[in-house]
Design a protein around this ligand. Sequence first.
Ligand SMILES: [Ca+2]
Length: 96
Amino acid sequence: MAQKTRLQNCIEDLSAIFKKYASEDGDSETLSKAEAKKLLLNEMPELLEKTSDMDKVKEIADDLDMDGDGKIDFIEFMTMVMTLGFMCHLMDQEEK
Ligand SMILES: [Ca+2]
């Protein structure tokens, strides 16, 4: 098999990160609010550095649940990743 590209590895990593946190309770297909909070705190520490109060973390976790079913599915997680990627891209451009 051909060696995986960086993009392929990135996509696999995203899926693995989602699974890692989603699997902490019985349902590995979705993140509970507690799992989402843990993911944000562990994986996006710089994002949350300035907003260290837990209310803000809860607010972000609530915002991720776009359909309001109380859980964050993979599509909702990927929407967050896409938004963060877009924000990083904009910040990079501003620095130039
Ligand atoms: Ca949801």
